[in-house]
Ligand binder design. Structure first.
Ligand code: SF4
Length: 335
């Protein structure tokens, strides 16, 4: 494979957690490709397997109880699942970096923020400590924090500033891929937009590919080129943002859109997706969405659909697309 064909090329990834309650099937045979400098949104409910996917890409699945049962993860040409720990430590930071949900726990409370940015620079670049210090000051300014705060400890910063420091650490070695896992969930709503703008601007400036994990479709619309919708550990729909938003195919994706408030129709009630995601230790035999799907047919409870292309760039995992009558019926409803 051409090393630069994809910033990230995941194939047949399966992640499980072996617990006393049974085997948790967190990620089930997924493929995910991100071209260089493109941004892909990974959306779905809590428990869909988004964070396990991200941790697997970093080869950070906690083991035990986690195990990457199968799959291949190629990160800018590097085979992540077959590298020594020392090689992996180089790849993390220089090839891939992650912004976690909670900046409060991602920073080390006993080191000042300058030391934490410098540590990452010194690990990946051949520079002196003074040069690393100067680069850390510049990164701090890039994320909108005055360089005079370089000796501050995490507890002296607000939540938004801590997340800015995390972003500085993530980008200081100019990785090919940035993974942002719900990067604003833990932040005050008033500063969420500022942090998203910052990530977006720096991603463009550093020409970094991005995997953005979120349950917020509005954020995906603003920041991504493509979107993968995940349900019960599987990708059920993938396409360009335009395709998935304007030509929604999978009933689960349709449910996600229907459950959003409509700005021009404030009187209509929100339509939640009835029911819960299946127990990941006991996934149903057929389509995992069948118990909640308003279009479910008998065969949906017996046969599991695979992800099939319906255009060059749009894929959907739904048995109904093998049934022309179904497509006609759905079109009547304007989809
Ligand atoms: Fe619904 Fe059947 Fe499609 Fe599953 S395969 S999403 S149950 S129509």
């Amino acid at each position: 494979m051409d090393k630069h064909e994809f910033a990230l090329d995941v194939s047949n990834l399966t992640v499980e957690y072996v617990t006393s309650d049974g085997i948790v099937h967190a990620v089930n045979d997924i493929d995910l490709k991100i071209p260089p400098q493109k941004s892909v949104g990974l959306v779905g409910e809590t428990g869909a397997g988004k964070t396990s996917t991200a941790l697997a890409i970093m080869n950070l699945i906690p083991s035990p109880p986690g195990v990457i049962r199968s799959g291949k993860i190629i990160l800018n040409g590097y085979d992540v699942l077959h590298m020594k720990d020392s090689e992996l430590n180089q790849v993390r930071g220089s090839e891939v970096a992650m912004i976690f949900q909670d900046p409060m726990t991602a920073l080390n409370p006993v080191l000042n923020i300058g030391e934490q940015i410098e540590e990452s620079i010194l690990l990946h670049e051949d520079v002196t400590r003074d040069e690393a210090h100067e680069q850390a000051c510049e990164m701090l300014e890039m994320v909108g924090i005055d360089r005079s705060r370089i000796y501050d400890y995490p507890h002296q910063l607000s939540g938004g500033m801590k997340q800015r420091v995390i972003i500085a650490i993530a980008l200081c070695c100019n990785p090919h891929l940035l993974i942002a896992d719900e990067p604003t969930t833990a932040l005050d709503v008033t500063i969420q937009a500022q942090v998203l703008d910052l990530i977006s601007n720096l991603r463009d400036e550093y020409r970094t590919a991005m995997l953005l994990i979120t349950h917020d479709l509005g954020i995906v619309a603003d920041m991504c080129d493509e979107v993968s919708v995940m349900y019960a550990g599987r990708i059920v729909e993938h396409g360009t943002v335009e395709e998935v938003f304007t030509n929604t195919k999978h009933p689960y994706t349709e449910g996600l859109f229907d459950s959003l408030p409509k700005i021009n129709d404030r009187k209509s009630l929100l339509k939640p997706i009835i029911g819960l995601m299946p127990d990941p230790t006991e996934l149903p035999e057929g389509c995992t969405f069948a118990p909640r799907c308003r279009y479910a047919m008998d065969k949906c409870f017996k046969r599991r659909p695979s992800l099939n292309a319906i255009s060059d760039t749009h894929e959907v995992s739904c048995l109904a697309y093998e049934d022309p009558v179904f497509s006609i019926e759905r079109n009547k409803h304007g989809r």
